[in-house]
Design a protein around this ligand. Structure first.
Ligand code: ARG
Length: 467
């Protein structure tokens, strides 16, 4: 990006000395808000079309504005537009370029409008676009999770609580847990979109405007669901951006947890999975290393997104109505949140496809942790023993197996019967991993049949919901 340094402020008529160089740099937003250019032009065109419609500007002026904006947009897209620090922000840069091209018609564009409602409109258009791309990104990750869940509906792994082996689950069931988290993330963002998608234009600086504007027309032109109902609110609040940052934080939190698991599972101590080489890096000193850098970075970048949420909340909390320059500080955190989020979703949708599961290691780990002990207790309960007594009997059996360095299933029946005479031949089936899994056969349970049914339901829901 080229940033020029030309001496001409847009509001210099009011002042008797040029602005201090440092102050100029301090107050300018063009180094980052140039990213709003496409949305700024879109908003300006809708505003100009409306002005022509209600007769505030002539059709000829509007035609010139349309033509000039098309040229500017082409220059921006080609990277040929010269952004000037003296013109402070994206709005003044584009307006000045327009006037340079078409003269007085360009100067009429800002009629009935202020940069305050202009920037609020731009940021809403930007965020709406970001939300739509995020929603698609979430769906892509959900599809990758469903593919894994389907492939591994029967793959046994230890389920953990306190990171200690607890009960057997399937890897497919584990993947479906993340599917559910992302499903709520999707719903949350789709809901936030409703509040983002309202038109601030017409609020002007803060109180509205005396021109006979048609706000509904502009809203329709820009695809907004309606107009912001109060002009002071329209230019000053950024709660919709905070809501986006909160939804983004929850998404990152979920991916951070999944990242933590992938990192643990890839460690040779677990050895449950391998990640495709293209998502890992080596070490410059240790030739044997393959490091899960991508999940580690997702876990790390989650911190900056949480930080942006806190930054935006803090930015807003002390501001009196209506617009204050503080709000210019909303952009960098919003942009960085969107960039981090979209990269994470894109990488994850692909990385999940490259997860290679090692079923033998998972099964081995499930065996080692007495993961069917609860099944044994449940078996005794079904034979009439009160649960607390069953718990006690099985705990003693586990201790015996531990001393013998074997699994519960490896203890001979007569030894098991020492812990409870209720134990019969049929206990063998209960102690197997497969027996444990298939007994949890209800909606939300880990039985392979339930996992397959859940995948089918999820696919149906995704297909019918679209975005
Ligand atoms: N660059 C400003 C921002 O991002 C645009 C609005 C400026 N309005 C004003 N009255 N100074 O918020």
């Amino acid at each position: 990006m080229v940033i020029m340094d030309k001496p001409t402020g847009a509001w210099s008529g009011r002042f008797s000395e040029p602005v201090d160089e440092l102050v100029k740099r301090f107050t300018a937003s063009i180094p980052f808000d140039y990213r709003l250019a496409e949305f700024d032009i879109k908003g300006s065109l809708a505003h100009a079309r409306m002005l022509a419609q209600v007769g505030v500007i002539s059709p000829k002026d509007f035609a010139a504005i349309e033509q000039g904006m098309a040229e500017i947009l082409a220059e921006i897209r080609a990277g040929q537009f010269e952004w000037s620090l003296d013109l402070e922000d994206v709005h003044l840069n584009i307006e000045r370029a327009l006037t340079a091209k078409i003269g007085d018609a360009g100067k009429r564009l800002h009629t009935g409008r202020s940069r305050n409602d202009q920037v609020a409109t731009d940021i809403r258009l930007y965020l709406r676009d970001a939300v739509d791309r995020t929603l698609d990104g979430i769906r892509a990750c959900q599809n990758s999770l469903l593919d894994l869940a389907e492939q591994h509906a029967n793959t046994v792994m230890p389920g953990f609580t306190h990171l200690q082996v607890a009960q057997p689950v399937t890897f497919g069931h584990h993947m479906l847990a993340y599917f559910e988290m992302l499903d709520r993330d999707h719903a949350r963002l789709a809901d936030a979109r409703k509040r983002i998608n309202r038109l601030p234009l017409g609020a002007a600086a803060l109180a509205g405007t005396s021109y006979p504007i048609d706000r509904e027309f502009v809203a329709r032109e820009l695809g907004f669901d309606g107009v912001c109902e109060n002009s002071l609110d329209a230019v000053s609040d950024r709660d919709f951006a905070i809501e986006f940052a909160a939804a983004a934080s929850l998404i990152m939190m979920h991916f951070s947890r999944l990242s933590e698991e992938l990192i643990l599972w890839m460690s040779p101590r677990f050895g449950f999975i391998d990640l495709a080489d293209r998502f890992c890096t080596g070490s410059s000193i240790m030739p044997q290393k393959k490091n899960p850098d991508v999940p580690e970075l997702v876990r790390g970048k989650t911190g900056r997104v949480f930080g942006h949420l806190m930054g935006l909340l803090t930015l807003m909390k002390g501001q009196p109505l209506a617009y204050n320059k503080d709000n210019q500080e909303d952009k960098e955190p919003i942009f960085d949140t969107v960039d981090t989020l979209l990269d994470t979703l894109k990488i994850y949708a692909d990385m999940l496809k490259g997860v290679r599961v090692k079923p033998q290691a998972m099964r081995q780990a499930a065996h080692e942790g007495f993961s069917t002990a609860t099944d044994l207790a449940d078996y005794l309960v079904k034979k009439g023993l009160p649960f607390r007594d069953a718990h006690e009997a099985v705990a003693r059996a586990v201790r015996a197996a531990e001393i013998n360095k074997c699994d519960l299933a490896d203890l001979p029946l007569d030894e098991l019967q020492a812990f409870s005479p209720l134990l019969g031949q049929d206990v063998r089936a209960v102690l197997t991993l497969e027996g444990s899994l298939s007994s949890r056969n209800h909606v939300g349970g880990t039985a392979p049949d339930q996992v397959k049914a859940a995948v089918a339901r999820a696919r149906g829901k995704m297909a019918s919901a679209g975005r």
